[in-house]
Design a binder for this molecule. Structure first.
Ligand SMILES: NC(=O)c1ccc[n+]([C@@H]2O[C@H](COP(=O)([O-])OP(=O)(O)OC[C@H]3O[C@@H](n4cnc5c(N)ncnc54)[C@H](OP(=O)(O)O)[C@@H]3O)[C@@H](O)[C@H]2O)c1
Length: 443
């Protein structure tokens, strides 16, 4: 009499063989919202991708899918991961904790997993990759970063011969749309946010996007692949875009830059990872400067390939479904041929990152401040910078405000954040300083 575990293995092997003969792969999906609906539509007329069960929160909800057989719906996501015939579980529900439990159970039950859940992979990726390795099944997540843009497989496979030096991405469509409208129309942040919400590019509560949390998850996932380094997404230095003003965007334009929210990860010669999420001035001749509206792009530097950029739609029903469906196909192709599916996408063991503190990073800085209209103001500013070892590349006085203050913009050369903070502290204490408006880093 075989042991229950042994019996389960032989049963699933028999099922796999039967499905191979029938030329179908049995899919169980959790979530039939924006992305899930797109995935279902892509495979609707492809009998080899067979949806056995789809879990939703509310099965009685009206869905924008023609001819959906309601019998396929279940309100129990555990029924999907426990279904003995299901070979691939597609998790498109979102959130980290329930999704983690379900994916762990699916992997333990010997099922391959496809997900677009950046939060799940950023927070629990290494644990899930480890389990997938032990169970000899795959977990693919191309849709988790930058929606329809292929980046996970290209980083792992196509750029696999490189030592990746830098990844810099415009990874959030909502904030890129807002900053584009502020740049092109001269709108305030609030006006641009309202327009993004009206067009469906921003949620009613936009915090996750505009404060940079979403990009922290995505750059943490990219670091797992590009550098094999585990980074807690909550430990990433983060600033959002809410304090960027139309003035800053105009000053940046005069200096030859645009402002974008960037997720940045750079591997230093000393093995420390410089990873952060904040708005940056991007020079007009950098490829990221031309990424407009809701589009995303990821700029990668490899030691052999040099600079490469990936560009496209970072979210939305069909673009994200394109990535998820490709992952399903990659697994299904192997299963239908009776091969181990896509072994090149087994994710290697990652080590905890040794993070470079933001105070030790090197940047050029843009500083806007308001000063009292007094003689020798420029001299005082120059002294504060000079004493901290901060060299200036450009200084602009932007006229006298109605209240008698003068707006001044400085652009520094590359210095350490510590030096910049030292200069800033002296400037803040100078009698002629009214207030510090905005400090931004330059890419
Ligand atoms: N939307 C995008 O453009 C995009 C882009 C890249 C990645 N992603 C990622 O893709 C995933 C799905 O996003 P989405 O925009 O498609 O979300 P969504 O539209 O909110 O859909 C979520 C789906 O999950 C179902 N669900 C929620 N809780 C559940 C539960 N406890 N049990 C069973 N089903 C449950 C919902 O059921 P009901 O339909 O009954 O409410 C819904 O069908 C997320 O991880 C997201 O971060 C989304």
């Amino acid at each position: 009499m075989p042991s229950p575990a042994r019996q389960a293995v032989s049963t699933s092997a028999t099922l796999n063989a039967q499905n191979q003969q029938d030329q179908k792969v049995v899919i169980g999906m959790i979530g039939l919202g924006t992305v899930g609906s797109g995935v279902f539509k892509i495979f609707r007329d492809q009998p080899e991708i067979f949806f056995q069960k789809i879990a939703v929160k509310d099965a009685s909800k009206t869905r924008n899918i023609d001819d959906l057989d309601l019998d396929v719906l279940s309100q129990d996501p555990y029924a999907v991961v426990r279904d003995p015939e299901t070979q691939v579980v597609v998790e498109l529900m979102g959130g980290a904790e329930l999704a983690r439990e379900l994916v762990i159970e699916a992997l333990n039950n010997g099922k391959h997993v496809v997900t677009a859940n950046k939060e799940l992979i950023a927070k629990h990726g290494p644990e899930l990759f480890d389990l997938a390795r032990q169970k000899n099944v795959r977990i693919l997540f191309e849709g988790a970063v930058a929606g329809g843009i292929p980046i996970i497989m290209p980083l792992k496979l196509s750029l696999g011969a490189n030592r990746i030096q830098e990844v810099a991405g415009i990874l959030n469509g909502t904030t890129n749309y807002i900053l584009t409208k502020m740049t092109q129309e001269g709108w305030s942040f609030d006006q641009a946010l309202a327009e993004a919400q009206a067009k469906g590019f921003a949620e009613a509560d936009p915090t996750n996007d505009v404060e940079g949390f979403d990009v922290c998850y995505k750059i943490a996932v990219l670091s797992l692949i590009a550098f094999k380094q585990v980074v807690d997404p909550l430990a990433i230095y983060r600033e959002g875009i809410t304090r960027i003003t139309a003035e800053d965007i105009e000053h940046a334009r005069e200096l030859g830059y645009v402002i974008k929210l960037i997720g940045l990860a750079k591997m230093g010669e000393d093995g420390r990872l410089d990873i952060r999420v904040h708005p940056m001035l991007i020079p007009n001749d950098h490829p990221l400067s031309n990424v407009q509206n809701e589009f995303n792009a990821i700029f990668v530097k490899g030691d052999a390939v040099g600079d490469v950029m990936f560009y496209g739609r970072g979210a939305g029903e069909m673009p994200t479904a394109s990535a998820v469906a490709a992952d399903i196909l990659a697994i299904a192709t192997g299963l239908l041929k009776g091969n181990e599916p896509i072994p090149s996408m087994i994710i290697d063991l990652a080590t905890p990152a040794n993070l470079l503190p933001v105070a030790d990073t090197q940047n050029k800085y843009y500083l806007r401040l308001n000063t009292k209209d007094k003689p020798k103001v420029m001299g005082h500013l120059g002294n504060a910078c000079g004493d901290a070892g901060v060299s200036l590349e450009a200084v602009m006085q932007k006229g006298i405000n109605p209240d008698g203050t003068a707006a001044i913009v400085l652009l520094t050369q590359a210095v350490s954040e510590k030096q910049m903070n030292q200069a800033l502290e002296t400037i803040r204490q100078q009698d002629s300083t009214r207030d510090i408006g905005c400090l931004l880093r330059v890419l």
